[in-house]
Design a protein around this ligand. Structure first.
Ligand code: PGA
Length: 225
């Protein structure tokens, strides 16, 4: 199965910078053993969709999603809003959403429902402290429809990623709860250390090392080597 790599740009970049990144990125083919999902800020999605229209193995992702359907929810972006924008995946439960925006496990359950109803794969981020609580909030018949990302809070954006043994243990805990789902690792992954995690996981969420297209391409090359 191809490895899934999600570039999580968070709230970085202008539209012009995003277009330049994508233009440089698609000038070289992406290995067919890799599926890349670019998760930009919401307003960039339609332009990047157009830019990516002829590119194989690359699609778009959302960094979060409304827990509600389309309707009177001012400020929200619903999964329904994204249905014709080429969005294949949505990150839910990211620790930054929990820390800065007050999202709680109950909300993540609703987000997963919205994703599945609208044909978007939910990428559920978990840390050991809220893995069980977050999984309990997801309807049990939807657990197997999730991709799960182990994102230890202390490793995110810190430049110090998790020991491989810790990742191995969490992958097995996640599979015990969610079933045989794809499990990603996220937390300060870069071209220098990605190889050590490759045998353990089905892919990665990459934040800092996805902002510069050369760093991100180097990471993909190391993976393909
Ligand atoms: P990082 O971010 O690669 O900068 O640690 C990962 C994430 O937050 O998903």
């Amino acid at each position: 199965m191809p490895k899934l790599i999600i570039a999580n740009w968070k709230s970085h970049k202008t539209l012009a910078e995003a277009q330049q990144w994508v233009g440089e990125f698609i000038s070289q083919p992406v290995s067919e053993n890799t599926k890349v999902v670019i998760a930009p800020p919401f307003p960039f999605l339609p332009v990047l969709q157009w830019q990516l229209k002829d590119t194989a193995n690359v699609s778009l992702g959302a960094q979060t999603i409304s827990p509600f359907p389309a309707g009177s929810y001012t400020g929200a972006v619903s999964a329904f809003n994204l249905t014709d924008l080429g969005v294949t995946h949505a990150i839910v439960g990211h620790s930054e959403q929990r820390k800065y925006f007050g999202f709680v496990s109950h909300v993540v359950g609703l987000q997963v429902e919205q994703c599945v109803q609208n044909g978007i794969v939910p990428v559920v981020c978990v840390d050991s402290s809220y893995l069980a609580e977050q999984a309990n909030a997801i309807p049990s018949d939807l657990l197997k429809k999730c991709v799960v990302a182990y994102e230890p809070v202390e490793a995110i954006g810190s430049g110090s990623n998790a020991p491989t043994e810790q990742v191995r243990n969490m992958v097995s805990r996640i599979k015990t709860i969610f079933g045989d789902v794809s499990v990603l690792y996220g937390g300060s992954v870069n071209a220098h250390d990605v190889a050590e995690y490759l045998p353990l996981v089905d892919g990665f969420i990459v934040g800092t090392a996805s902002l510069n297209v050369a760093d991100f391409t180097a990471l993909l090359k190391t993976m393909a080597a």
